[in-house]
Design a protein around this ligand. Structure first.
Ligand code: CA
Length: 377
């Protein structure tokens, strides 16, 4: 009796397990069917095609390729429902018409930097970088969590544009010089390619700022038309070959401590997207912002070693008194932006109060740690 009883119970358990397996398998099948029918139901009949105009030469290392990366991210994340095509500077519109082209809807999207549009409003410069401003990490803190992005959106709203951070190069280098900078007098009469607010600061220090496009910089240095040039940092500067025409490579890039690049999106085009694609576009911009910085950190490290070891470049730090003077002058120049109108004043207050807070935290975090890490060097 007992063995039979046991076998009877065992067969009942086996039957139960078997029926559970069948039920599960059916469950799986039915959910798989549901999935495939739901994806069939949402298969787009028409791909949303966007044009992205940029301020960069097509495929320009780091910047143009950063714009390509953003487009690729949107295309991939949307599962093919969107197709963003990138146009280099001059392909669809000239570099400095990017803002207007997206504003009027010639293109749905653009990639550039807010300080290129200072002719529309000086205050835009806060959303890219200002001399002695925020580092890349701090810019992200201000923009994403400190009210900066809301102000940026407010600033661009009347141009029918939605801005998003979409790239950062980190701290730039101070530039290439054909003579040493030992004191403030060495800045006097110095003809340097340094655009924007940095140029205004140099002017107040007695120098002559010159604004030239990237393509003309090498020749201008070679011919002696200018004495110094700032471009970006080791990665991009190595490509331009400045080490062939200047002996000294100075740091730090006080004038561009963490330039945020922007994606600008035509408001109607963005609002016409379904909600999930809106999230995808925003998320792709965040990814691109993060990935460009990571690329620049790595490539700058490698390129700096090449410049020093292979091309025997002399890398020098600006003297303390020179930096001190440039900082004082920068504070004046940046503060003057606030005087324009109530909105400029609001942006300046937000930016400068954030800088004050983050300076304090950076003392306890980044600087304290970096000092300790290199204490034995
Ligand atoms: Ca620069």
């Amino acid at each position: 009796m007992r063995p039979n009883n046991f076998l009877g119970k065992l067969s009942t358990v086996i039957m139960l397990l078997f029926s559970m397996l069948i039920l599960n398998a059916c469950g799986d099948n039915s959910s798989a069917n549901a999935q495939s029918s739901s994806s069939a139901a949402t298969t787009p009949t028409e791909v949303i095609k966007w044009k992205m105009v940029t301020t960069w030469p097509k495929n320009f290392p780091g910047l143009g390729t950063g714009a390509n990366n953003l487009a690729k991210k949107i295309n991939q994340l949307s599962g093919g429902r969107m197709e963003v095509r990138v146009y280099g500077a001059g392909e669809l519109v000239p570099a400095l018409e990017t803002f207007d082209a997206v504003s009027r809807g010639t293109a749905q999207m653009g990639h550039g930097a807010a300080y290129y549009w200072k002719g529309k409003n000086d205050v835009f410069q806060f959303f890219s970088t200002v001399p002695f401003g925020l580092t890349a990490q701090e810019m992200n803190g201000w923009l994403y969590n400190g009210g900066g992005l809301e102000l940026w959106q407010k600033a661009y709203a009347k141009y029918n544009l939605i801005p998003m951070p979409a790239g950062n190069m980190g701290v730039q280098m101070g530039g290439w010089f054909n003579k040493e900078i030992n004191n403030l007098d060495d800045l006097k009469g110095l003809k340097m390619r340094i655009p924007g607010l940095g140029g205004e600061v140099l002017k107040r220090a007695g120098g002559t700022p010159v604004n030239l496009p990237g393509g003309e910089l090498f020749t201008a240095m070679q011919s002696g038309t200018i004495d110094a040039v700032e471009w970006v940092g080791p990665f991009n500067d190595l490509t331009f070959g400045f080490y062939k025409v200047a002996k000294f490579y100075y740091y730090p890039g006080w004038h561009e401590p963490g330039t945020t690049l922007e994606a600008i999106i035509n408001k109607e085009a963005f609002e016409a997207l379904p909600a999930d694609l809106q999230v995808i576009v925003k998320s792709a911009c965040k990814l691109a912002n993060h990935e460009m910085l990571a690329e620049y950190v790595s490539r700058n490290n490698d390129a700096l070693q090449t410049l020093i070891n292979k091309h025997k470049v002399q890398v020098k730090r600006f003297p303390d008194d020179v930096l001190e003077k440039l900082r004082t002058l920068s504070d004046d120049v940046v503060k003057e932006l606030a005087n324009k109108d109530a909105f400029a004043s609001e942006v300046y207050e937000s930016f400068s109060s954030y800088r004050k807070k983050t300076e304090n935290w950076s003392e306890y975090s980044e600087r304290a740690y970096l000092n300790v890490r290199s204490a034995d060097k």
